[in-house]
Design a protein around this ligand. Structure first.
Ligand SMILES: [Mg+2]
Length: 254
């Protein structure tokens, strides 16, 4: 991977005519909470996303590991394009929605993970429909135990299920597009096509999208306090920095 380097946010500018924006939610626009449902969504965030949707003529998509249903329940912005479940669910527009159904292999894994999590205080099993997430944020001491469990659970069905690591979370999901593949697909369609894509993200699951925007002539912005390798070109430290970038005033509309 290319070397990560720092660059101040004010050193580059977003252009509402030329850019298309792809924005992760947890850890990028909002602070990560101990439990997925405990995140705080502010009116300011809703206002910023609504304004961006208008300024960029619709070429602004969320790009999250959450499901479409969960994102809509949190944000109440059903007009926003969304790449959800790391690419397994997409809403290009209100008439173009794609969902992946869980297979019997995944349904079985959902039962197993739910049962496993119920046996240890602090572990959370989050059923996302086409994926099951095992959160150990409240029990980092159980990381190895959780990793071994998930690896064993999926080792015999490696072609049927995909294991995806995130920050303090292990996910078992249906095979299918990742964030990068879904982003490339969006970029072939109005209103994203013929624009330069910019991806904002914070986690390992965002790297496929960072790679995709680079391949398409755009760039990625990583939210991280850790100096880790990334395909993103630029780094900021926290979600509040991203909100300040997206909340104008230097976003150009001409
Ligand atoms: Mg994230």
């Amino acid at each position: 991977m290319p070397q990560l380097y720092e660059k101040s946010a004010s050193a580059w500018q977003l252009n509402a005519i030329q850019n298309a924006l792809f924005v992760d939610l947890d850890g990028t626009l909002i602070d990560i909470a101990p439990e997925p449902e405990a995140v705080i969504i502010t009116d300011r965030l809703r206002d910023i996303l609504t304004k961006l949707h208008i300024f960029f003529n619709g070429a602004v998509s969320l790009c999250s590991g959450r499901s479409l249903k969960n994102i809509d329940a949190l944000l109440h912005l059903p007009f926003l394009p969304v790449i959800g479940l790391h690419g397994l669910e997409t809403r290009l527009n209100e008439d173009t929605v794609f969902r992946t159904s869980p297979s019997s292999f995944l349904l079985s894994a959902i039962d197993e993970v739910t049962n496993f999590a119920s046996q240890e205080t602090g572990l959370i099993a989050e059923n996302k429909g086409a994926a099951i997430a095992l959160h150990y944020r409240c029990r980092p001491d159980l990381e190895n135990l959780c990793t071994d469990f998930v690896n064993k659970l999926t080792s015999d069905v490696a072609e049927k299920l995909v294991v995806q690591r995130g920050k303090m979370v292990l996910e078992i999901r249906m095979p299918g597009p990742d964030k990068g593949a879904a982003l490339i697909d969006f970029m072939k369609n109005y209103p994203f096509q013929h624009r330069q894509p910019v991806m904002f993200g914070d986690d390992l699951t965002d790297e496929s999208a960072f790679g995709a925007v680079s391949a398409l002539g755009g760039f990625g912005i990583l939210v991280s306090t850790i100096d880790r390798p990334s395909l993103a070109k630029t780094r900021v430290k926290k979600p509040a920095d991203i909100l300040n970038i997206l909340d104008q005033p230097y976003i150009q509309s001409k």
